[in-house]
Design a protein around this ligand. Structure first.
Ligand SMILES: NC(=O)c1ccc[n+]([C@@H]2O[C@H](COP(=O)([O-])OP(=O)(O)OC[C@H]3O[C@@H](n4cnc5c(N)ncnc54)[C@H](OP(=O)(O)O)[C@@H]3O)[C@@H](O)[C@H]2O)c1
Length: 188
């Protein structure tokens, strides 16, 4: 990568030789080659196991988090353990017609913002880091313009009602998912 250090280095999935990877990341951290280390797609039990048996607390857990999968309990667990929640697919990658969701559209109209801005602001107000993806310059600019308004507590509660507590992609604990992802890794 030709960099002196990385800001953040994550374990992508809670599969395979997690402890071996975590030890390697711990070494990079103590050598100053990465500033922070963390995990992704870890449920609370996996995070607890990792912390207890490595003595190293992840800085971040990057998990699917958007209005349809809000991760309320996981975020609370992570907070109690001083771990930041980071949202991947903050727009559910466009699934479930998120950009034309009635409630989100009505809030966008109310705050004179776009649906994407409502979602990102809602995440920021929940203290969740978001990594939206766009290949369009104007959307990238739009996705940053969320620091000049605040969603009211009442409207935050309205958005909470959209939670289905389920992934719109797949369940990381489903044995078929574990197999599929592990096979993908073998093919890289
Ligand atoms: N840790 C993990 O396991 C994991 C899994 C999945 C994803 N991720 C990461 O999460 C990040 C985002 O995930 P994602 O790309 O899957 O989903 P996402 O950010 O929820 O959604 C991306 C989609 O939203 C569209 N979009 C972006 N900004 C928009 C706007 N302002 N208005 C309308 N549409 C907009 C994009 O279209 P255009 O690009 O055409 O603008 C794209 O189709 C990526 O960095 C990805 O690598 C991590």
């Amino acid at each position: 990568m030709q960099l002196d250090y990385l800001d953040l280095y994550l374990i992508h999935q809670p599969y395979g030789d997690v402890f071996g990877s975590w030890r390697a990341l711990g070494e990079l951290l103590s050598e100053g080659r990465v500033r922070s280390i963390g995990v992704s797609n870890f449920e609370s039990d996996r995070v607890m196991d990792l912390m207890l048996n490595s003595g190293l607390v992840p800085a971040i857990n990057q998990v699917e988090t958007h209005p349809f999968q809000q991760q309320i309990e996981l975020q609370e667990f992570l907070k109690q353990n001083n771990i930041h929640t980071e949202s991947w697919a903050p727009f559910a990658a466009g699934r479930n017609n998120i950009f034309s969701n009635e409630l989100l559209l009505s809030l966008a109209k109310k705050y004179n913002k776009s649906v994407s801005q409502i979602i990102l602001r809602w995440l920021i107000q929940r203290n969740i880091v978001a990594i939206p993806k766009s290949i369009h310059r104007e959307r990238i600019v739009e996705n940053f313009a969320i620091f000049d308004f605040e969603i009211s507590n009442k409207d935050m509660s309205e958005i909470a009602s959209l939670d289905t507590r389920k992934s719109v992609f797949f369940d990381h604990r489903d044995p078929a998912s574990v197999k599929r992802i592990s096979e993908m890794k073998l093919n890289i």
